[in-house]
Design a protein around this ligand. Structure first.
Ligand code: PEP
Ligand code: MG
Length: 753
């Protein structure tokens, strides 16, 4: 049975489309279970189920027989969400006979539901003339198979294969992960490779010198293209981001790919074939690496390979006309593609692969373009020029959206634009409640581009500077002086306001190309402070660079990520004091910066008091804290529904952190995404957080909400919320309270959808 199961699932997985997959299922199940009939019914629209494939019933009934959950035994399986196993089906009160199928002669019936994410997608049925009850092992076989097939069917359904059965293509939602916040409505511009590296024909090379010259000409043309793209982006990117383009250029050199291809040409292979061979080898090598960051580099190699191949094949690249509101879509978008769309026309980005950690997402955030990553079910090859909505807050994409949905999202866009405009009035006003309770709003930064936006939006400090971002954009650890220059830019831009620099937070989903970390369970592994304490040489260089950079400005705060125990804090403090004393001895006029601890794991919540007693401030990383408290991977779209930062357990933890921190006389801030959610910000203020630090784009909205409410109202809301049993009720309660306070237009964007 196990072998049959495996081979059926493998065959179904390899099927080219849904109808083929279903035909395989019915034929193979019928054979394995030695029955006379196997059929599959799938959900069609809201409430009906259609016979989609059968081996045994009249094939003409496929696509014709349709029933509601109230009809027949199939409907009964749908409603009960469990198998129905009958020796003599016609005797069952729910038995309904569909003459088109010719099923009257079958007596035994076993139907099992196909359930995916709690939804009944369909029913798998076997039937037989002989009156007999299917035995326990047969029932278990069908249940196991149906559970395994549910995901495959759901994926095929999402890909719109059902439309092939003549149904109308309608609004569809595809789930990914947030790449950059914001909402966009526009037309899909799908970036498909100009040439296919796997389809290059082999040709022998007759004149080696001419062929090498031809290769060099093509490489020069691509170099020129890349430089042009780099130039177009120059004003929007800083040095680190520009370095990506330099890396591309270096790959074309004789010392790299160019040289390898030349060698093959010398052995008699034509340039195009040699090029494709070399690229595919490198791509395969990168793709097989365990490290997520390095695997993503395979996309860069492929992108470069396709560009050169286009020239080698003497293809004329068509000049694409970009619609006014272009949403760039691709299987694996790369940094260089972004530069090709005029900035004024690029409103959104969707990448089928990748995560919030991909270079594309990092650049999109710097450029403030709503982005969704990892939309794995999006049938990207079929949506060119179709209308899309990109919801970069929730990480979802809608194709062919209904008018109502467009209106909903248009309202959010208008609201956002109004808020940004309103900022001109709000920018210099304090963030305080109607009854004059002051809450400083700080920003989270990583790229230089964030700094400008933050200052424009009236940030009062930096609550989290993610130092790993400049590290991610390089091909080696930056040296002390390089780091000092980068940090100085941040500190100077905000001086005299404080800038909280987090020490290198790698591991988990963030790994450096030049320092790969391979682990089975990276989020519970070598992350954050654990890595840097194991490498004091890296930690000391970074801390020295930070302290040196603060000379004469004195607005630096140092923050430690992923601390889970007191010895980690103490060890880090010893290293920081050592760096500080060394710098004093070297003659620098510096002050010792405050040293804070991020509270982002449950252990730190329960030791917040002890940590606070030894640190200068606490800052909650609610992104990680939520993932660790709820045991929900923050990057996994499959469990995204369970990731609730307003879960009662998270709220209780937050309240406890604030009171434990304050009991030791230290300030407590929060720098996870939660602080940028207007409704949540009210609760956080009521809990007593001293600072809320967020993405610059969310700052105006949070300020408006806080300025529209009294602290007393916020306190009452918090008391009410803390009695509620689940995140959904809490969301509803917060939204209602905001409505009652007359600030409905500032609700959390798109969350109510
Ligand atoms: C957090 O975990 O909330 C946080 C701010 O850090 P990061 O998102 O960079 O892990
Ligand atoms: Mg974190």
């Amino acid at each position: 049975m196990l072998n049959s199961l495996r081979s059926i699932v493998q065959e179904v997985n390899a099927a080219r489309d849904l109808p083929t997959a279903l035909d395989i299922i019915v034929a193979r199940v019928k054979l394995s279970m030695i029955t006379e009939v196997c059929s599959v019914y799938l959900r069609d629209g809201d409430n009906g189920y259609v016979l989609m494939s059968t081996d045994g019933l009249n094939p003409d009934a496929v696509g014709v027989v349709k029933l509601s959950p109230e009809q027949g035994l199939v409907g009964r399986v749908v409603v009960r969400e469990e198998p129905i196993n009958l020796e003599y089906a016609p005797a069952h009160p729910r038995y309904q006979y569909f003459p088109e199928t010719g099923e009257e002669r079958y007596n035994a019936f076993l139907g099992v539901p196909i359930i995916h994410h709690r939804q009944v997608l369909g029913v798998l049925v076997v039937q037989q003339t002989e009156r007999r009850r299917f035995d326990e092992s047969e029932e278990a076989f069908l249940v196991t198979l149906s559970a395994q097939l549910a995901g495959v069917i759901a994926h095929a359904e999402a890909n719109g294969t059902l439309a092939a059965f003549g149904q109308q293509a309608a609004e569809a939602k595809f789930v990914g992960v947030p790449g950059a916040s914001g909402v966009a409505i526009g037309e899909a511009v799908v970036i498909a490779p100009a040439s296919d590296l796997r389809a290059v024909l082999y040709k022998p090379c007759s004149d080696i010198d001419v062929e090498i010259e031809f290769l060099q000409r093509c490489l020069a043309a691509v170099r020129e293209d890349i430089k042009q793209v780099g130039k177009k982006l120059k004003t929007r990117l800083n040095r680190e981001e520009q370095a990506l383009f330099d890396a591309y250029l270096a790959m074309l050199d004789d010392a790299s790919l160019g040289g390898e291809v030349t060698e093959r040409i010398k052995q008699g292979t034509c340039a195009a074939y040699a090029w494709a061979e070399v690229i595919l080898e490198h791509e395969r090598n990168f793709s097989s690496m365990d490290d997520a960051y390095l695997r993503e580099r395979a996309a860069d190699v492929r992108d470069l390979g396709q560009r050169v191949l286009a020239y080698l094949q003497e293809e004329v690249q068509s000049c694409r006309v970009y619609p006014e509101k272009s949403i760039l879509v691709g299987e694996e978008l790369t940094a260089s593609i972004l530069g090709e769309v005029p900035k004024s026309k690029l409103v959104g980005i969707v990448s089928v692969k990748g995560s919030g950690n991909s270079h594309v997402a990092i650049l999109a955030r710097a450029m403030d373009i709503p982005t969704v990553m990892g939309a794995v079910d999006l049938p990207y090859t079929r949506i060119d020029q179709r209308q899309l909505i990109v919801d970069g807050y929730q990480g979802s994409v809608f194709s062919d959206p209904s008018e109502a949905l467009c209106e909903h999202y248009s309202a959010i866009i208008v609201e956002e634009q109004a808020l940004v405009r309103g900022l001109e009035a709000l920018k210099d006003l304090p963030c305080e409640t109607l009854d004059h309770h002051r809450v400083p709003l700080w920003v989270n930064t990583g790229l230089m581009a964030d700094v400008v936006r933050s200052l424009e939006r009236g940030a009062e400090g930096v609550g989290l500077y993610r130092t790993e971002v400049p590290f991610l954009l390089r091909d080696r650890f930056p040296g002390e002086e390089e780091q000092r220059i980068i940090y100085r830019e941040q500190l100077e831009a905000f001086a005299p306001e404080p800038v909280t620099m987090r020490t290198l937070d790698i591991g988990g989903d963030k790994s450096l190309p030049y320092f790969p970390i391979e682990e089975d369970n990276p989020f519970l592994g070598w992350r954050g402070i654990r890595v840097t304490l194991d490498h004091p040489e890296i930690f000391l260089v970074q801390v020295r660079a930070m302290i040196k950079a603060s000379e004469g400005l004195d607005n630096l705060r140092i923050m430690l990520p992923m601390v889970t125990n007191i010895p980690e804090l103490e060890a880090a403090q010893v290293l920081i004091y050592r760096a500080y004393n060394e710098l004093l001895e070297e003659g620098h006029k510096i002050t010792l910066p405050p040293i804070g601890v991020m509270i982002e794991v449950p252990a730190a919540v329960y030791q917040a008091r002890e940590l606070a007693a030894r640190a200068d401030f606490l800052s909650v990383g609610s992104n990680d804290l939520t993932q660790y408290l709820l045991a929900v991977d923050r990057n996994n779209a499959r469990v995204a529904d369970l990731y609730h930062a307003l879960h009662p357990a998270v709220l209780r933890a937050l309240q406890q952190i604030v009171s434990d921190g304050h009991s030791q006389g230290v300030t407590v801030s929060i720098c996870g995404e939660l602080a940028g959610d207007p409704g949540a910000a009210i609760l956080l203020m009521a809990m007593g957080f001293d600072v809320l630090s967020m993405n610059a784009s969310n700052l105006p909205r949070v300020k408006s909400v806080i300025r529209g409410i009294t602290l007393q109202q916020a306190d009452e809301l918090l008391s009410e919320v803390m009695l509620l049993p689940d995140a959904h009720e809490i969301n509803v309660c917060v939204e209602r309270a905001l409505k009652e306070a007359g600030i409905t237009r500032l609700l959390r964007p798109s969350i109510s959808n």
